[in-house]
Write a protein that binds this ligand. Structure first.
Ligand code: G3P
Length: 218
């Protein structure tokens, strides 16, 4: 399962990238706004830093505008994946971009058939938002399970990119279901690394080593 960071903050992306485990980046207009920087500057910096796919989102509502934006976004790098909202116009844009072999990530997927339609249009990735489901007392993981099952039934090549991830259990469940990618806030990436028993165990090992190290022969 590939691990992307869901961020437009360059320091966060650098920190995740320095672990050597980062496969790509996803952004959205909210994350760009949160970065406090101009979009072009953010896009240029991220695509230069990360070799893997970088999702940059269009903000046009009409498909013609989405196409124009897609072509402009791709100027930031060959690793740019054009993020398109799950709307009728979005599907038209995905179909056209797919014919041009431009990779796309269809975002704001909240029910399984939306993912199937996006795949039929030729999307490279579909992004089910699981945390936002959980936020309103619906089971976000069920959405992933349904999409993965449907894609397997028809050997669909579109990758399932699990988005709106809130905690490590979402990551474990995504991997158990066979999702292709999870995109994670930096906080969740750190949560995946740490365990209190690892910390406690290491503390004990180091304290015990301290007692004997000066007696050691090597
Ligand atoms: O980038 C899309 C998605 O991951 C947003 O997550 O936390 O705003 O629901 P969130």
């Amino acid at each position: 399962m590939k691990i992307f960071i869901d961020s437009a903050d360059l320091e966060e992306i650098k920190a995740a990238n320095s672990l050597g485990l980062l496969d790509g980046v996803t952004t959205n207009p909210t994350l760009i706004a949160k970065s406090g920087k101009a979009f072009a500057e953010v896009a240029r910096s991220i695509t230069a830093l990360v070799k893997g796919p970088v999702s940059l989102e269009v903000t046009s509502i009409q498909w013609e505008g989405m196409l124009a934006e897609a072509h402009a976004l791709r100027k930031h790098g060959d690793n740019v994946v054009v993020k398109i909202p799950m709307t009728a116009d979005g599907l038209k844009a995905v179909k056209a971009l797919s014919a041009e072999k431009i990779p796309t990530n269809v975002t704001l997927i909240f029910q399984p058939v939306q993912a199937l339609l996006a795949a039929k249009a030729g999307a490279t990735y579909v992004s089910p938002f699981i945390g936002r489901h959980d936020d309103i007392a619906q089971d976000g993981m069920l959405l992933v399970k349904d999409i993965v099952t449907m894609f397997r039934n028809y050997a669909v090549k579109t990758q399932v990119l699990v988005a709106s991830v809130r905690h490590p259990i979402h990551v474990i469940e995504s991997a158990k279901l066979g999702a292709d990618v999870v995109t994670l806030p930096l906080k969740v990436i750190h949560q995946l690394i740490r365990h209190p028993l690892t910390d406690a165990g290491l503390k004990t090992f180091l304290a015990d080593w301290e007692k004997v190290s000066n007696k050691s022969l090597t």
